[in-house]
Design a binder for this molecule. Structure first.
Ligand code: BG6
Length: 509
C-alpha cells in the first residue's frame, strides 16, 4: 500500500462502463426488435487491410443501399453485435465478477428495441423490462450502483428505416415515451441516468448515433462532406429529445440525477501560430456546442454566426427553446480517450477529415495499435476546462485502451499496458481533483471485454475480465480474471491511493 493519502472523496464511484449493443447478444430473443447496431459488420484488422479501410470510415456505416443488401442477404455477412458477449444470459455471473473486482458503479445502457421493438409501439415489451429489473436487482444485491444511458448507439431499426432516426420529430416523441417508461418503471432503482451516448457523434456517425441513414440526407454522397444544415437539424431534434427526458426524469423521480454524455475532444494547436490556436477555438466550439446547450439550456453565442455563414436555418417548433431551458442537466459526463492536433484550415468548419481519428500525429505521444494517441495529461487539462466552463460535478463515463491481448502459456492474461494506461490516467485524475475539479466517478470502458463499437471486433480488448471469444464468435465464452483485474481491485480498495503495479503474476484466473 502506498504511503500516499487518497485525494478521492469518500464514496467516489469507481466503475466500469458498457453498452447494451456491445454486450447483450440475444438480438432477437424475448420480443426484442432489430436495431441499427444489428447491421454493423465486422471490420477487424484482416478486413481493414484487405479492403484498405480506416476505422470509423464510411464502410462501417449503414446506408440505404448497404442496409437493404444486408437485410436481403444476411447470410453473406457477420454481425458481431447480434451476439455481443451473451450478457443477456450471463449477466448474473458477470456482475458477480465485477463485484469481486470492487466496482461501485456499473454504467450500462438499455436496448430501446428490447423495450419497444419498433421504437414507437404504444405498449412496452414486458419481457424486456423484466430483464433490466433482474440486472439492476443483481447489481444492488452486490452493492453496485447501476448507472443507465438511455440510448447508446442502437436506434430501433424501424425508426431508422421509416423515419430516418432523429431527422424526424416523430422519433423525438418516441424517445420521450421510451424515457418516461423507464423512469416510471425503475424509479428508486436508478440514481444516475444519462441521455445520449456521445451525442456529438452526429458530425461523423449520424447512423450509429442518431439512426440517420447517411445517403438520405439531402445533399447525399460522401458522408463526411457538407450537409451541416441537416446535421444541425438532427442535433437540434436530439437536444430537444434529451431535454424532454431530463424534464420527465425530474418530474417522475426527483431524487434521480440525469446527465449528458459528450465524447470530449481536447484539442492542441500544432504550432504557436495564432491561426492554429484559432482553429482550436473553432473546433472546441463544435465540441462544446452540445454540452453548452444541455448544461446551460440555450444555444451558445458562437453558433449563431456559424449558422448565418453556412445558411443553417433550424426548424424550431413552438416551445423548443423553453424545453431546452427547463431540460438542463444535473451533471456532466464525458468519455475521454485521446487528444487531437489542430492546424488552421482557413475556414470555420466542424468537418471531420474523413475519419474520426486525427490525421496529424502528436510526436510527443505514443499510440495504441489502433492509432489512438495516449495522453493522460490531456485528461487533467480537459477536466479543468469542463469544470471552469460549467461548474457542475463531472463523471468520467468512459476511459480505457483497446489492446491485442491473449492468455499466455499458463492461461493468464498479463495486460500490463492496461495497467500502465489506467495508472497514468488515474494519476492525472487525482491531479485534477487536487486542482479543485469536482469529479464524482470514473468508469473504465469495458471492464469486461465487449464487441468494439467502431469495428465490431472482439480482438480490441479493454477488459479487466477477458472473454474467450474471437472476432467470429468462436471460443468457449469463458471469463478470465486478468492481471489488471487485481490491479483495479487494489486501486479501488485504496480509493485511488495505491497505484503501484506490484501484482504477482501467479494470480487466479
Ligand atoms: C466510445 C463509445 O466512443 O468509445 C463506446 O461510447 C466504444 O461504445 C468506445 O466502445 C471505444 O470505441 P471502440 O471502437 O474501441 O469500441
Amino acid at each position: 500500500m502506498s504511503q500516499h493519502e487518497s485525494v478521492f472523496p469518500e464514496g467516489f464511484l469507481w466503475g466500469g462502463a458498457t453498452a447494451a449493443n456491445q454486450i447483450e447478444g440475444a438480438w432477437n430473443e424475448d420480443g426484442r426488435g432489430p436495431a441499427v447496431s444489428d447491421y454493423a459488420i465486422l471490420l477487424n484488422k484482416e478486413m481493414r487491410e484487405r479492403e484498405h479501410i480506416v476505422e470509423g470510415g464510411p464502410l462501417n456505416a449503414v446506408t440505404r443501399q448497404s442496409l437493404s443488401e444486408r437485410m436481403a442477404h444476411p447470410e453473406k455477412y457477420d454481425f458481431p453485435k447480434r451476439r455481443g458477449i451473451d450478457f443477456y444470459h450471463t449477466y448474473a455471473a458477470d456482475i458477480a465478477l465485477l463485484a469481486e473486482m470492487g466496482l461501485k458503479v456499473f454504467r450500462m445502457s438499455i436496448s430501446w428495441s428490447r423495450i419497444f421493438p419498433n421504437g414507437d409501439d404504444l405498449e412496452p415489451n414486458e419481457l424486456g423490462l423484466a430483464f433490466y429489473d433482474r440486472v439492476f436487482d443483481e447489481c444492488h444485491k452486490h452493492g453496485i450502483e447501476p448507472m443507465v444511458t438511455l440510448s447508446h448507439f442502437d436506434m430501433p431499426l424501424n425508426l431508422a428505416v421509416k423515419y430516418n432516426g432523429f431527422a424526424s420529430r416523430h422519433v423525438v416523441d418516441a424517445f420521450e415515451h421510451f424515457a418516461e417508461t423507464l423512469f416510471k418503471r425503475y424509479k428508486g432503482k436508478i440514481r444516475y441516468w444519462m441521455t445520449f451516448n456521445e451525442i456529438n457523434h452526429v458530425y461523423a456517425n449520424p447512423c450509429t448515433c442518431d439512426g440517420v441513414i447517411w445517403d438520405e440526407l439531402p445533399d447525399g454522397g460522401n458522408p463526411y462532406a457538407g450537409r451541416w444544415p441537416k446535421k444541425f437539424q438532427i442535433a437540434h431534434n436530439q437536444l430537444v429529445a434529451s431535454a424532454r427526458a431530463v424534464i420527465k426524469c425530474h418530474e417522475i423521480d426527483p431524487k434521480a440525477k440525469i446527465g449528458n454524455m459528450l465524447c470530449r475532444l481536447e484539442n492542441y494547436a500544432e504550432t504557436s501560430k495564432p491561426e492554429d490556436e484559432l482553429q482550436v477555438l473553432f473546433e472546441d466550439h463544435f465540441n462544446w456546442f452540445f454540452t453548452d446547450v444541455q448544461a446551460r439550456g440555450e444555444y451558445p453565442y458562437y453558433i449563431k454566426r456559424f449558422f448565418k455563414d453556412y445558411g443553417v436555418h433550424l426548424e424550431v417548433e413552438q416551445g423548443d427553446l423553453e424545453t431546452l431551458k427547463r431540460g438542463a442537466i444535473d451533471y456532466i459526463s464525458i468519455s475521454y480517450y485521446m487528444t487531437y492536433i489542430m492546424r488552421y484550415k482557413g475556414k470555420i468548419s466542424p468537418e471531420p477529415s474523413g475519419q474520426l481519428l486525427t490525421v496529424i500525429k502528436n510526436p510527443y505521444l505514443e499510440q495504441t495499435a489502433w492509432g489512438w494517441p495516449i495522453d493522460p495529461i490531456g485528461l487533467r487539462i480537459t477536466l479543468n476546462h469542463i469544470y471552469d466552463r460549467y461548474h457542475l460535478p463531472i463523471f468520467i463515463s468512459e476511459n480505457g485502451c483497446g489492446l491485442y491481448e491473449q492468455p499466455d502459456e499458463n492461461g493468464r492474461v498479463i495486460d500490463d499496458a492496461h495497467i500502465e494506461y489506467m495508472k497514468a490516467h488515474v494519476e492525472q485524475l487525482a491531479e485534477a481533483i487536487r486542482d479543485g475539479v469536482d469529479v464524482f466517478g470514473y468508469a473504465w470502458w469495458g471492464p469486461i471485454d465487449v464487441v468494439s463499437s467502431g469495428t465490431s471486433e472482439m480482438s480490441k480488448r479493454y477488459g479487466q475480465i477477458y472473454v474467450d471469444l474471437d472476432d467470429y464468435g468462436k471460443g468457449t465464452g469463458k471469463r478470465l480474471r486478468t492481471k489488471s483485474f487485481y490491479y483495479y481491485k487494489k486501486l479501488i480498495e485504496s480509493n485511488g491511493a495505491d497505484l503501484e503495479n506490484d501484482i504477482p503474476e501467479d494470480f487466479t484466473v
